[in-house]
Design a protein around this ligand. Structure first.
Ligand code: SAM
Length: 283
């Protein structure tokens, strides 16, 4: 069954009376090379958790390459279609539900115990950042998280300190993973085409975060504060977000060799970790 053919997709739509839901981000991928690339990027694992199978085009590719595929889908109208399109893929199980509400940790312990697991998905755009944040912060034992997302979001995630795209999402993703933009995918490669171009991003999950901090909650409070007002200095951002006066903060930053007048977007992970350590001792 060739689910990359617009003709086949339209026939299935007609057969099942299915119409695409814009609200659920239903833009189906048509490029066979990109599908292969996503499946390959999931790496040397036994199982893949897919988010949002749609008609199952990526699911079929994953089923060819991996022992087990669990595919989480929210839209009930797709279940009979997936029964049909995946009828020859016995290693795929559709998990009904909203990925943001499912207990993925329980799913893994019930169905994928002791397996090496990656996540692969052509994500629905309306909820990309919450899904990525949830997956990364869950600290579940994924090897790779491979996702098709809006190109600009992928660029922000991979951005380095000092570039205009660098922000809190870059720090979060680079703290827990090695992110890499694998390819750009034009809007015309989807049915229906979205308004923006997309990119495939692979995040190789690190066994330990890239920098050491004793207080992760404070580390991310510092990051959030540093990026809270992009045109303000680090000193102003911190003083607006922590109950400390500017003199104390200036001494604290200068004590660790960081200019209070620097902008947050110039700071790397190591610097955020040393600010966290210094603040922890005076808060
Ligand atoms: N995998 C297919 C492909 O590559 O063509 C479809 C991808 S489409 C961009 C996104 C899919 O995610 C749709 O099937 C949509 O119904 C599903 N979806 C949207 N929100 C979801 C959620 N909260 N939980 C699980 N699936 C969701």
């Amino acid at each position: 069954m060739n689910l990359t053919s617009p003709k086949v997709i339209k026939e299935i739509c007609a057969q099942f009376g299915f119409g695409f839901s814009k609200g659920l981000g239903q833009n189906f991928l048509l490029d066979a090379n990109v599908l292969e690339q996503i499946a390959e990027a999931a790496g040397d694992v036994d199982a893949v958790i897919e988010i949002g199978p749609g008609f199952g085009v990526l699911t079929r590719e994953l089923a060819k390459a991996y022992e087990t595929v669990l595919s989480i889908e929210i839209d009930q109208r797709l279940y009979p279609i997936l029964d049909y399109t995946l009828s020859d893929c016995p290693n795929v199980e559709i998990i009904p539900g909203d990925v943001m509400k499912l207990d993925i940790s329980e799913l893994i312990s019930k169905k994928l115990d002791k397996k090496r697991i990656s996540v692969a998905a052509n994500l629905p755009y309306y909820i990309t950042t919450p899904i990525l944040t949830m997956l990364i912060e869950s600290r579940l034992p994924f090897e790779n998280i491979v996702v098709m997302i809006q190109k600009e979001v992928a660029q922000r995630i991979c951005a380095k300190p000092g570039s205009k795209d660098y922000g809190a999402i870059s720090v979060l993703c680079q703290y827990y993973t090695n992110p890499e933009l694998l390819c750009v995918v034009p809007a015309g490669s989807f049915l229906p085409p979205p308004k923006v171009d997309s990119a495939v991003l692979r995040m190789q999950v690190l066994p330990e975060p890239k920098v050491h901090t004793e207080n992760e909650a404070l580390f991310f409070r510092v990051v959030k504060a540093a990026f809270s007002q992009r045109r303000k200095t680090l000193l102003n951002c911190l003083s607006n977000n922590f109950p400390l006066d500017k003199n104390t903060l200036t001494d604290c930053l200068e004590g660790i060799g960081i200019q209070p007048t620097i902008r947050g977007e110039k700071l790397g992970l190591e610097e955020f970790a040393s600010i966290t350590k210094a603040l922890q001792s005076i808060l």
